[in-house]
Design a protein around this ligand. Sequence first.
Ligand code: ARG
Ligand code: ZN
Length: 851
Amino acid sequence: VVTRREDYREPDWRVPEIALDFDLDPAATRVHATLQVERNGSHDAPLRLAGDGLLALVVRVDGVVAEDWTMDGDDLVVPLSGAAHTIETEVEIAPERNTQLMGLYASGGILCTQCEAEGFRRITFFPDRPDVLSKYKVKMTADKARFPVLLANGDPIAQGDLDGGKHWAEWHDPFPKPSYLFAIVAGDLVANRGSFMTMSGREVQLGIWVRLPDLPKTDHALHALKLSMAWDEKVYGREYDLDVFNIVAVDDFNFGAMENKGLNVFNSRYILADPDTATDYDYDAIAAVVAHEYFHNWSGNRITCRDWFQLSLKEGFTVFRDQSFSADQGSAAVKRIEDVRGLRASQFPEDAGPLAHPVRPDEYIEISNFYTATIYNKGAEVIRMMATILGPEKFRAATDLYFDRFDGTAATCEDFVQSMEQGGGVDLTQFRRWYSQAGTPRVSATLTQEGGRARLTLRQVVPPTPGQPVKEPMVLPLKVKLFGAVTGRALCDEQLVLLKDESHEILFENLPETPVLSINRGFSAPVVVETNRTAKDLAFLSAHDDDPFARYEAMQQLMLDTLVTSVANGTGDHQAVIDAVRNTLTDANLDRAFIAEAVLLPSDSFIGDQMTVVEPEAIFRAREALRQDLGKALATEWRAAYEGSLANRFEYSPAAKGARRLKTVALGYIAASGAADADGLAFDQFRGADNMTDRQGAMTTLVNGASPLREEALEAFYTRYQGNGLVLDKWFQTQALSSREDTLDRVERLAAHPDFTLSNPNRARSLIGAFSVNQRAFHDVSGRGYRFVADQLIALDKLNPQTAAKLLPPLGRWKRFDEGRAAKMRAELERIVATPELSKDMFEQASKSLD
Ligand code: ARG
Ligand code: ZN
């Protein structure tokens, strides 16, 4: 069944209030719901309440047991005569048997909920759509010994003890909200407590709830929460609105975290951290996700989505907000580089493949499949472009207008754009195409010079995508600047060029010297730019551009051009890259985090994305050859960088993080050079590390290499962290990402390891997800990699369709490969589609990938 955006209609019935009464038990939980329903407009439609796997034990209308209700599939249909009624239903559910992890489920003895997008209907019958806003009263009763803590949205109202070792608690949420923001948690939990004074002087009680042994790992998350609350007040003028804000960490979770009103539920990997078990990347991700979920309180909860086609209204905007928050905590340039690398690794391929869809999609079979890099990350880029076009003051005025005007409502992307137009005084008519057209625009930029004049010719093409064969030109905000090729001086101020037509020309006059083009500075538009810049120009920019992102970008382009040429020719000239890397590596004015990013080679898959037909082995060989040459030619410089980055004691600061990052990047190049002592160096770093960043970095270097020390390191790591699920995920993932030739064999063996399980999503992703982005191993010419992944996904689909479907896209990229591989990939997709009782999640992903 396909749901279409154009079919949106207001709900027939509103539910201004709901009271829920839970008698909690993992095997059999009773849910009693009382809904105040009101007819919306004049129509005679019955009340239709969505359910998913629910059986109504009793239905009452205005206190009287009703007999005239019917089931239409999973929906409960109740004929009603008046304009307003009280509806009661009772159901029984079994959280411990809920392997989908949607609705109410059990994770390590904790009962918790996940309702976005359509999980609430697995708990009780309800018009489970985001434009039905209700005030919730929730009562929970449970065994006090097993579930001493009972949490829900809003504020705690009352609690008490009962006979038989039971107790109860009641919570009220004064803010009307859609059902997807509902949450309860019951468990044996303890809190790291804090408080935050809001800008109007209200004190908010904060709690990060975990199991007792995890309590020491919650300080970083609590700190990040306080920083986020202060940041949203300062940057967007947004204040928190309840007396309590709770976060609960659980080990089994389908994605990162969930912004339930006043009660966020998190995947424990985005809460728990200490230096011994979490990498710097983990620390950063924790702060980013805590901020993201907190920011949803305004962009998502106070203003929610009218329907799920508007998902990017809250997700794109909230990602933009969390990216800006993270940029303000450390190096904004490095954050931008990381975000762009992520966009290119996940969103660009999505936009170029069979699952491409607009930021505001037109239709879906299963909404869970649309929590994508396009909705989230391209959506964030779209907001960023509007912020760029408006400038900071007007953008703030426009977001103020948006929050003010739509507070308490279920809004649309169109509402947001109109707020930008009115608050910013701009016309975004054509810009709206960013919401409706899929595909990554390609821009060609050609700079030609005659004497003191230069002409920049820009052209844009938006490639066809499924269902959208012909595209209209987009509005592309391109930041442009020219530098003198001799002096390195800026020849003009940075300009914001709005490319709106298929082509456009810009003239530069009175140029004192030959200009070099710097374009799409800061990655001002999420596009692919092709230029006529030479290797010399790129090397020059990588050393002299005054925009750090543009410096990084010039280096990446130089590396890519070199690698693509070597793949085509089987051999390449590496000198230009070597010189540019040396320059960056030895530039005393650059910080280490930036250097580490700039000297990293583009990934195998990103190199593949530049080619018409991806050749995994040739790409791997070309990249390894360049790595080796860089390692050898700059042997002294890598040593110096390594030794200059050693630290005495762990510290979590931007400078210390940068040093750790550069150290491991340098170690990688030392190993690539074939230096005799490289393995020993890595093993010493592994053994001597006082933090996970250094330990995992060294282990990764060993795992990619040929030394017998690699098995020793893996063994030691496993023994040390046995029983710590989050760290074991790293153990699986590091092996699945290995660049070694025998990775596929090893991954097959790991799937049979006693610690491997498909029922924990993090574990499934750590092996299958990691393996299928390992281009060389996954695309093994035998097709065994494809078969392995398909087998695992078919098995996972029976437990957890949502997580299985999320892991399918790599198999769908068959068009990018040679006929032999493509046929094998298609055969696996066909096998998946033909699997009996396949979920609609998997069906949608696999069948669309075959088209
Ligand atoms: N809203 C959550 C977040 O971004 C994610 C919910 C994902 N839901 C899903 N069905 N995939 O913060
Ligand atoms: Zn979100």
